[in-house]
Design a binder for this molecule. Structure first.
Ligand SMILES: [Zn+2]
Ligand SMILES: [Zn+2]
Length: 330
C-alpha cells in the first residue's frame, strides 16, 4: 500500500508522511515533536514506525521539530550536506568551531549517548512519552533549543549539542537514493536556502512529487514533475493580496522573487500550459495565511485544470496549516 499524508503545510510548519511497502518516511519536520506525533495519531499513523526523516531545506518551517523528533525516534535524518551545515549553523549561531571540529564533537557525544542508552531503559525513545513530555514550542527556534539543552543538561548533567542527531545521511540533488522500499529522486528548486530540493518518491510503481518553496518552475523541475501520480504543488500567495497585504516591502520582494514562493497565478499557469495532466491528485500546498485564501487558490487551479478531459485524474485537494489532509491511498 502506498500512502501520502500531508500533516501540515504552510509557513508555520511543513510535514508529510510517505509510506511505500514496509517503509515510512517523514518529509520535513516543521512541527514540534508533540504536535507532529499528535497529528500522526489523528490519521492513524504510528510515529514509532517511521524509518527516516528527509529534509527539503533548512528554513524553520521545515525543521523546527527535527532534532527532538529524530532523537525521540532514534532514526536517521537525510539532508544534502549544504542543508545539514546550514541547519547546524542555525542551531549553533554563537559557536566558533570548524565543521571538522563539530563532527568530532558529534562523534564523541554519540559515543557517550550510546553508553547512556545501554544503561537506560527505552523510555527516551518512546513516542508516547515524547508526546506527553514535549513542550509544544520546543526546538522551534535556537532559543527554545537552548532551553531544551538546559533542561536536558539538568537531567543528564552534561551539555548536549543542539544539532546532535542519532544518524545523518547525505544525498545530492540529481542523484536518486533508496530508503527501504521507497526510491527518492531529489531535485534542485529555486529558493533562498542553501541547497533546497524537491522530491519525487516512487514505491510500487506510484510516483509522488513534493514541489513547494520555489520562486518559479524551472525546466529541471518541470522534467521531474512529468508522469507523477500525485503532485503536491506550492500555491503560496495571491499576487494582489500580497501586493496590498501587511508584509514590509522587502519581504514582499523576497516572496515575489525568483527564489521566493510560487503564486496562485504561477501555479495555475504551470497547470494549464505545461503540466501533463497525468496525476490522480493535485494537492495545493504552502498557502500563505496572510496573502492567500484557500478559495482563491482553489478557483485559480480549478480554472487551469478545467480543460483536462479525464474525470478520474486531477482531483484537486488543498493541504492546510492547522490540520492534516486525509491520507491519499494508491
Ligand atoms: Zn516553507
Ligand atoms: Zn523555505
Amino acid at each position: 500500500m502506498v500512502r501520502f499524508t500531508v500533516l501540515a503545510s504552510g509557513s508555520k510548519g511543513n510535514c508529510t508522511v510517505v509510506t511505500g511497502g514496509k517503509t515510512r518516511i517523514l518529509v520535513d519536520a516543521g512541527l514540534s515533536c508533540r504536535e507532529l506525533f499528535r497529528r500522526m495519531r489523528e490519521v492513524d499513523e504510528d510515529p514509532a514506525t517511521l524509518d527516516a526523516i528527509i529534509i527539503t531545506h533548512e528554513h524553520s518551517d521545515h525543521v523546527a521539530g527535527l532534532a527532538v523528533t529524530a532523537r525521540k525516534l532514534g532514526i536517521p535524518v537525510y539532508f544534502t550536506e549544504g542543508t545539514h551545515r546550514a541547519w547546524v549553523r542555525w542551531l549553533s549561531p554563537r559557536k566558533q568551531m570548524t565543521y571538522a571540529q563539530w563532527l568530532e564533537q558529534c562523534r564523541q557525544q554519540a559515543a557517550t549517548r550510546m553508553a547512556e542508552a545501554d544503561a537506560q531503559t527505552a523510555e527516551d525513545c518512546d513516542p508516547e512519552e515524547a508526546a506527553d513530555s514535549e513542550a509544544d514550542a520546543e526546538a522551534t527556534a535556537p532559543e527554545s533549543s537552548d532551553d531544551e539543552i538546559s533542561r536536558s543538561s539538568r537531567k543528564k548533567k552534561e551539555p548536549i549539542d543542539p544539532a546532535w542527531l542519532p544518524k545523518v545521511e547525505y544525498f545530492q540533488a540529481g542523484k536518486a537514493l533508496q530508503i527501504g522500499d521507497i526510491c527518492i529522486s531529489p531535485f534542485t528548486i529555486p529558493h533562498d536556502a542553501t541547497d533546497p530540493v524537491g522530491f519525487v518518491f516512487q514505491a510500487e510503481g506510484v510516483r509522488m512529487a513534493v514541489a513547494t518553496d520555489l520562486g518559479y518552475i524551472p525546466p529541471n523541475v518541470k522534467a521531474q514533475l512529468k508522469g507523477v501520480d500525485l503532485l503536491l504543488l506550492e500555491s503560496n500567495h495571491d499576487l494582489e493580496m500580497l501586493r496590498d497585504g501587511p508584509y514590509p516591502w522587502s519581504v514582499k520582494q523576497r516572496v515575489l522573487s525568483r527564489v521566493g514562493h510560487l503564486s496562485n497565478e504561477a501555479a495555475a499557469t504551470y497547470l494549464e500550459t505545461e503540466y501533463d495532466g497525468q496525476a490522480s491528485y493535485v494537492v495545493l500546498g504552502h498557502l500563505s495565511e496572510s496573502n492567500n485564501l484557500p478559495e482563491l487558490a482553489r478557483i485559480s487551479a480549478e480554472r487551469a485544470l478545467s480543460g483536462r478531459a479525464s474525470l478520474l485524474a486531477n482531483r484537486l485537494l488543498l493541504a492546510a496549516q492547522n490540520e492534516p489532509l486525509s491520507t491519499i491511498c494508491f
